[in-house]
Design a binder for this molecule. Sequence first.
Ligand code: PMP
Length: 435
Amino acid sequence: MSRLLHRSAAGAPPVAIGGEGVELIDAEGRRYIDASGGAAVSCLGHGHPDVISALHAQLDRLAYAHTGFFTSEAAEALAEQLVATAPEGLSRVYLVSGGSEAVEAALKMARQYFVEIGQPDRRHVITRRQSYHGNTLGALAAGGNEWRRAQFAPLLIETHHVDPCFAYRFQEPDESDDAYAARAAQSLEDKILELGPDAVMAFVAETVVGATAGAVPPVADYLKRVRAICDRYGVLLILDEVMCGMGRTGTLHACEQDGVAPDLMTIAKGLGGGYQPIGAVLLSQRIFDAFARGSGFFQHGHTYMAHPMAAAAGLAVQRIIARDRLLNNVVSMGGRLRRRLEERFGNAPHVGDVRGRGLFQAIELVRDRASRAPFEPSRKLHAHLKREAMARGLMVYPMGGTIDGVNGDHVLLAPPFIVSEAEIDAIVERLGDAV
Ligand code: PMP
């Protein structure tokens, strides 16, 4: 019997006892291809010898030093590495223990920035419907998923939600991508004007929408329009790349492909590849300078922030990705995954869409292909599919239900960057059987 409160209170999942490359192994000796990278975490797969030896070396040297007293070599080296590869203008790093913590910290940085520069009335946060930014109370308030928020309302911070860039569901029949991008971006500008331009502090968006909508890249030019609107009204742009970032889409940061740099960016998951819990906020020099000139502090902090073991894991993972040129594999294996998915599900009666970027792909499950009408949410199709996939030795990340009145079920795929051609083919074959 398990004493843990698991995600499903009804029962415990299999016990994972080992991992090797793209596979996880349970206590019964069953092997599962980790086609979801957990939840887009395990970018180097499991048991990578170079990460393990880096962690051993760090543990031998220093496991923990509280940031109230010390910085550490590992944390400083990771910060250097992250700034060297950051989107333009992001020159400082705040290290935390995961994605939700990173989002919380970014929101508080935005708020404190405006207090420091004498604009304390800027306190509204705008995010999008169909977004996920984490499960702590602040991050939950930011996310647009009503189903997750409902039973915890009223939430601590008041956020306002605007249209997503999810053309597949929201585009009008004859609307071009460009017209849709303009309309979705316009909903942001309208909201800023409604709240009062001097009252809005930040717009938060996932560059490629992950868990809530299933690997939805922005429509072309949408993010450029968003950047221009934020600049026009002095609103900070926070891009949440916790799931889609750190190489997952084929460039280190997904926003590179959209030609946009944010004021603050959150990263986690693939940053440490699952070898340690770690997340970070990358922030602009302008925000850092406001703190330095003002109170001199960022009024925030966690006991385990900038943990040397976590920083050593992040540094090892990021150096290996660069050393082994793994982003090339993300692009080529991502292309193969997409082609295979399109071949396998191109005529499947219950798959309405195949989409994504790099090794971040998804299929959408629908009642019928022609109407793309979703299944009833009560069917809990995504949970059923997960069981079917596990029974075939495959880990996928299905999500769904009713999100802001929109029903849908999708299956997210985010295999490790080291995945081979044969493993991609096996993933699609097993997924096909499960569907
Ligand atoms: N933001 C996004 C975009 C995410 O996908 C997630 C996790 N799925 C989070 C934030 C929260 O990260 P964590 O689960 O590490 O707290």
